[in-house]
Design a protein around this ligand. Structure first.
Ligand code: ZN
Length: 204
């Protein structure tokens, strides 16, 4: 999959694709097979999905998913599926990709990023060009140290898809450079309450 991205990420994708092929792992094949059914519990192959975040961590009003409104307004604060204003802070929903080790596919988080008001205005205006900007990650991801701001570059993606986030440094940057293993993804899903381990066949 080709994305508009920094050179270092292109190289990271090539390195991940050159690792021992995930296709040889029957758990991965079961995971992606809609016909697969676990003999013990009937679990179906879920396929790879983003780990998405409903709102920036700082949003104090609750989950957008629980609301009926497309544009949810609380006083001056506003939240949609892609844009958020909270007091004087502006956020956009983005995609933070990680190369999947042993494949040319990507795993992605779907977090929020805080950006400058001028960048937000350009992003939110369909008539204005958006060339990317700098951002600070607005959700604590499993790979990030708590209470430490993570600076990222925002790059525009294809029309109709969310912009991409690339960390400048720290553990998240290392993760984007080294890629993520299928076992690490299964551990993330398990931490989020859906544990597929032991239901996809034996690890090779
Ligand atoms: Zn099972």
């Amino acid at each position: 999959m080709t994305l508009p991205c920094p050179d270092w990420f292109t190289k990271a994708q090539a390195r991940a694709a050159a690792m021992p092929p995930l296709a040889a792992d029957r758990r991965w094949r079961a995971f992606n097979d809609p016909e697969y059914t676990c003999p013990c519990c009937g679990l179906k192959g879920p396929g790879l999905q983003d780990i998405a975040y409903d709102h920036p961590d700082a949003w104090p009003h609750g989950a957008h998913a629980d609301q009926d409104e497309v544009i949810w307004q609380v006083g001056r604060d506003r939240l949609t599926s892609d844009l958020c204003r909270l007091k004087d802070a502006y956020f956009i929903r983005a995609t933070l990709p990680m190369p999947l080790q042993g494949s040319d596919e990507l795993f992605a988080y779907g977090p929020w990023a805080r950006i400058a008001p001028e960048a937000f205005a350009a992003y939110a205006d369909p008539q204005a060009p958006f060339d990317g900007c700098q951002a600070v990650l607005a959700n604590a991801l499993p790979a990030t140290p708590p209470m430490r701001p993570v600076a990222c570059a925002v790059m525009p993606s294809q029309p109709g898809t969310r912009p991409l986030l690339f960390a400048h440094d720290g553990p998240l940057r290392s993760g984007q450079e080294e890629g993520i293993s299928f076992d690490a993804i299964l551990a993330l899903y398990a931490a989020a309450g859906q544990d597929y381990r032991g239901h996809l066949g034996e690890k090779p």
